[in-house]
Design a protein around this ligand. Structure first.
Ligand code: ATR
Length: 281
């Protein structure tokens, strides 16, 4: 039976993952059978079982199944446990092993593609949902000096910080106090606020210094509002989430096929489709 791979989500029809993994496979001369499988929360587990019966050995998991995927894994990587999130499943015998590649994808995009040195930096993370949680451990592991998490619902920021287990370096603050937090070399929007059509971001200019890079984990229309604020605030660089998308896919590909694909060509092609509207330099 051919080894099969898939992304599970709902909706999943617009996922770029099948395209990205097929391109990596062609590039690395590895035959890749990777498809998108739409499953609702009610049908997810049955769909995953059917996938295994047809030769499924690896899967990416996207909204709204990340928590269910986390729960069904028998073993997980340390970074997945810390993030409380799984976006990559690997079949091991008759069990699932879970990993999260989002944070590593973000760090690789920022360091390798955008040439940022994260060591010793102050980082402001806006949001404390699944996206924020999946990138926070990797930012800490990349050697940043301080991670400040601010969320509309403060309890979620506190929970995220507790899960990091680094009280000296990772702290939560109130959204109302943004003006008093000083300035940051990296400001990351991990909220879903920009997905609303009429979203605008009103953040204090005092957050920005001469080196600030603003990053939106979204790309396309969902990244417009935050990156518009970042440009108005004269952030030095603006980065959307397209590079992270490609890099997290490369990291999943590495887990499954033991080869890290080159990402430059795939990124360039997707960039030409998505455009630079969302503010990438
Ligand atoms: P995701 O998986 O994309 O992170 P999520 O887990 O639902 O989605 O988290 C969404 C995040 O965006 C949360 O941090 C949420 O804040 P709350 O915890 O207070 O709900 C944040 N968010 C959504 N809409 C927002 C808005 N209009 N302003 C500020 N934060 C917002």
């Amino acid at each position: 039976m051919t080894d099969r791979y898939a992304v599970f989500g709902h909706p999943v029809v617009h996922s770029k993952s099948p395209d990205i993994h097929a391109a990596f496979g062609r590039q690395e001369n590895i035959p890749v059978d990777y498809r998108a499988i739409d499953a609702t929360p009610d049908t997810f587990l049955a769909a995953l079982e059917a996938f295994v019966a047809e030769g499924g050995v690896g899967a990416n998991i996207t909204l709204p199944h990340k928590e269910a995927a986390y729960a069904l894994c028998t073993t997980r990587t340390a970074r997945a446990t810390r993030a409380g999130s799984v976006n990559t499943l690997l079949r091991k015998g008759d069990r699932w092993h879970g990993d999260t590649t989002d944070g590593a994808g973000l760090v690789r995009d920022l360091t390798d593609r955008h040439g940022l040195d994260l060591r010793g930096r102050r980082v402001l993370l806006l949001g404390a949902g699944g996206s924020a949680r999946s990138v926070a451990p990797s930012l800490l592991d990349a050697g940043i000096m301080e991670l400040v998490v601010v969320n509309r619902t403060p309890e979620r920021a506190d929970a995220l910080i507790d899960a990091m287990g680094e009280p000296g370096r990772a702290l939560s603050r109130y959204w109302e106090d943004l003006r008093d937090l000083g300035d940051f070399e990296l400001i990351i929007n991990a909220t879903s606020a920009g997905r609303d059509r009429d979203a605008t971001f009103k953040l204090p200019m005092s957050l920005v210094n001469s080196m600030t890079t603003a990053v939106d984990l979204n790309y396309g229309d969902a990244a417009i509002a935050f990156l518009a604020w970042a440009r108005a605030a004269e952030c030095r660089n603006t980065v959307d989430g397209l590079g992270m998308l490609v890099e997290q896919a490369a990291e999943s590909f590495l887990q499954w096929h033991e080869v890290r694909p080159q990402t430059g060509d795939v990124y360039a092609r997707l960039r030409s489709q998505v455009g630079t509207l969302s503010g990438e330099d």
